[in-house]
Design a protein around this ligand. Structure first.
Ligand SMILES: Cc1cc2nc3c(=O)[nH]c(=O)nc-3n(C[C@H](O)[C@H](O)[C@H](O)COP(=O)(O)OP(=O)(O)OC[C@H]3O[C@@H](n4cnc5c(N)ncnc54)[C@H](O)[C@@H]3O)c2cc1C
Ligand SMILES: *[C@@H]1O[C@H](CO)[C@@H](O)[C@H](O)[C@H]1NC(C)=O
Ligand SMILES: *[C@@H]1O[C@H](CO)[C@@H](O)[C@H](O)[C@H]1NC(C)=O
Ligand SMILES: *[C@@H]1O[C@H](CO)[C@@H](O)[C@H](O)[C@H]1NC(C)=O
Ligand SMILES: *[C@@H]1O[C@H](CO)[C@@H](O)[C@H](O)[C@H]1NC(C)=O
Ligand SMILES: *[C@@H]1O[C@H](CO)[C@@H](O)[C@H](O)[C@H]1NC(C)=O
Ligand SMILES: *[C@@H]1O[C@H](CO)[C@@H](O)[C@H](O)[C@H]1NC(C)=O
Length: 545
């Protein structure tokens, strides 16, 4: 996924190089840039053992708990936090698996990268004493010279490697002119606006729709990426090859579909990093620091409002009878449509209709084989880029179709690491990650590895021999919503005492934005208590429906 937010490592590498190339090139070219604009506005902050239930132990729920505890400490208002999580692990869509079950080889299956302006994640990593590694370290030079290629199903439209030579620079400028620099400036202006979400007077915000408007980002969420980039004079070739390959690897969406902010977010890749051992360690650390009672394997099934204003939460621990508990505040910290919670009475500010989500197959595997030069149209001796991102071929416009993968049939393939499988300790195998809209067939895997004769048509990676595929792991996600252009976002306060983090995902869906929403709601909860205790009405807030 992308963003100010974050980006997939393979893509980030391409982008950073591109900007470097162009910057060097521009020593030769005079340049005019435009600067950002600004506009403040908004609301102000702050706040008996209060009981809070958080449903979901992902980025949003963990950041919510972490910040509730901090606010409780600074305001001396005691809180009692319970976190319900239906899965057996902390992290939600941020989680790792270990290749060969070996903890020395953790691989991210979900959210993998964040960037330097992701202040909540960056700061928390520091506060929690976690080991942060830059993208480069997360991506050891596995094969060839760490090349990234942009593949359109027929050919590589661009390939980059690490050495910044004058020939490559000349090629870049010849091909894209000022587009990389214009893009960089556009992204910087967007980040500057986004960062206002973190500060007074915008933070904490009761309405995302209003906050987006006040920071001046509405025009970016209102138009499709293609139109937005065109309006900012970024050439169609650069948009299709460089930016669209990023929106595809990060969000599985083409530029005609994804809104301008989503596209800009994908180009924000400054100092991409990840936590050594797994990004979920941030959320685990936040929950530990919060002192919350974390109930794993416990699914919330309903939330009911009581006559005295409290909320009754019914949950089912794995394999036992249902449990009932009463809370003052309940935070739904994940997409409502996949939570299967019945809420009664139906909240006044229920999200209108669920935002459709992408379906993504993540396939991880290890193999002694390198990517096949033949499959990618190279001669036998050539080395295939170890990271392959994709775009649509020139002239093919799939419009706003959600199934827009096009002729490549996959979004990305990346070589992550070299490992020694336990079965053949002296052998070096490569770990690969494929993002695709469908489950890859055994035939496809065989082809990209150059294994010759394929098996029957309905076989999958698990049917391939172990000496070709030494380990694999398949996961299907609803990773993020389709970022269709929009001007309104789901409410934050669904009903008195009932809060929702998920609206932010249609704005930009990342670990950081979810964490920001968790933090925002923690601040709003304390603010509402403060207002109640000083005689203000509690329900002055939020929804837009
Ligand atoms: C393959 C993939 C790649 C990605 N790449 C990146 C990236 O590089 N960078 C980035 O920043 N982001 C990335 N993302 C997106 C990022 O992972 C998510 O935006 C973020 O983790 C969402 O956090 P969340 O807390 O909002 O939701 P979730 O992580 O989904 O947490 C919600 C939790 O609620 C639990 N839950 C739901 N219903 C119930 C219930 N009824 N009872 C109890 N528990 C319940 C769920 O089990 C889940 O654990 C990626 C996502 C995927 C899947
Ligand atoms: C959750 O369930 C899994 C199996 O489904 C089990 O291995 C694990 O120990 C459980 N965790 C807790 C905290 O109950
Ligand atoms: C992150 O830490 C820096 C330095 O301590 C601080 O200035 C900044 O306000 C923090 N930001 C957030 C969002 O916590
Ligand atoms: C509110 O009502 C619920 C359900 O009837 C009850 O369990 C709870 O004790 C009440 N709480 C308070 C603070 O009165
Ligand atoms: C959770 O449920 C699964 C399947 O019902 C069962 O196999 C497992 O043992 C349970 N785990 C716990 C901790 O109850
Ligand atoms: C492959 O090799 C042939 C002969 O050396 C050469 O003409 C051709 O351009 C090469 N193709 C690629 C894709 O490099
Ligand atoms: C696989 O599919 C192709 C056409 O898609 C067909 O010609 C072939 O017979 C099929 N092979 C098997 C083993 O089913």
């Amino acid at each position: 996924m992308c963003s100010f937010l974050s980006s997939s490592p393979l893509w980030a590498r391409t982008w950073i190089q591109l900007v470097q190339y162009t910057l060097v090139a521009l020593l030769l070219v005079p340049l005019a840039t435009s600067s950002g604009d600004q506009q403040p506005l908004g609301t102000v902050t702050d706040a008996t053992t209060k009981r809070i239930a958080i449903i979901g132990a992902g980025a949003a729920g963990s950041a919510n708990a972490y910040n509730l505890r901090r606010l409780s400490e600074s305001s001396q208002l005691p809180v009692d936090i319970t976190v319900f999580e239906r899965e057996s692990y902390i992290g939600g869509r941020s989680t790792t698996v270990n290749a060969f079950g070996n903890p020395e080889y953790p691989v991210e299956v979900g959210g993998s990268i964040f960037v330097d302006v992701n202040y909540i994640l960056v700061n928390a990593s520091k506060e929690l004493g976690l080991n942060v590694q830059s993208m480069g370290a997360a991506h050891p030079r596995a094969v060839s010279e760490d090349k990234v290629g942009i593949w359109d199903g027929e050919e590589f439209v661009f390939i980059m490697n690490d050495d910044l030579n004058w020939w490559t620079i000349a090629k870049m400028v010849w091909k894209y002119g000022l587009a990389p620099i214009r893009t960089r400036n556009l992204v910087q202006r967007t980040i500057d606006k986004f960062l206002k979400f973190y500060e007074d007077p915008i933070f904490p915000f009761e309405s995302l729709t209003q906050a987006v408007t006040e920071v001046g980002l509405l025009d970016t969420t209102l138009s499709p990426g293609s139109a937005y980039l065109e309006r900012n004079r970024i050439s169609p070739d650069f948009s299709r090859e460089m930016i669209q390959s990023s929106t595809r690897v990060n969000y599985g969406q083409n530029l005609a579909l994804i809104h301008g902010l989503g596209a800009a977010a994908c180009m924000s890749t400054g100092n991409a990093m990840s936590v050594k051992g797994g990004n979920w360690l941030i959320f685990d650390g936040m929950l530990k620091a919060s002192g919350a009672d974390v109930r794993l394997n416990q699914t919330v099934t309903s939330i009911e409002r009581n006559p005295n204003g409290t909320l009754t939460v019914t949950s089912v621990p794995n394999g036992s009878d249902k449990e009932i508990a009463v809370f003052d505040e309940v935070v739904i910290a994940g997409p409502l449509q996949y939570s299967d919670i019945s809420i009664s009475p139906l909240p006044k500010h229920t999200p209108k209709e669920p935002t459709p989500f992408v379906t993504l197959h993540v396939t991880l595997f290890s193999s002694p084989h390198k990517l096949s030069p033949k499959f990618f149209g190279f001669n036998d001796t050539d080395k295939v880029p170890n990271s392959i991102i994709t775009t649509l071929p020139k002239g093919l416009d799939l419009g706003t179709r959600p199934d827009g993968v096009g002729p490549t049939n996959f979004w990305s393939i990346s070589t992550l690491a070299k490992v020694n499988p336990p079965s053949v300790r002296n052998e070096e195998h490569f770990v690969y990650k494929i993002f695709s809209p469908e489950q890859p067939t055994a035939e496809f895997i065989s082809e990209i590895l150059g294994l010759g004769d394929s098996t029957d048509n309905d076989s999958t990676i698990g049917d391939l021999p172990q000496n070709d595929i030494s380990w694999f792991y398949e996961k299907v996600w609803h990773p993020y919503p389709y970022l269709y252009p929009r001007s309104r976002f789901d409410p934050i306060l669904l009903a008195p005492g009932l809060w929702y983090t998920g609206g932010v995902e249609a704005f930009v869906s990342t670990m950081e934005t979810s964490a920001l929403m968790g933090k925002n709601i923690a601040a709003l909860i304390f603010k509402s208590w403060e207002e109640t205790s000083t005689g203000f009405a509690e329900d002055s807030n939020a929804g837009e429906f």
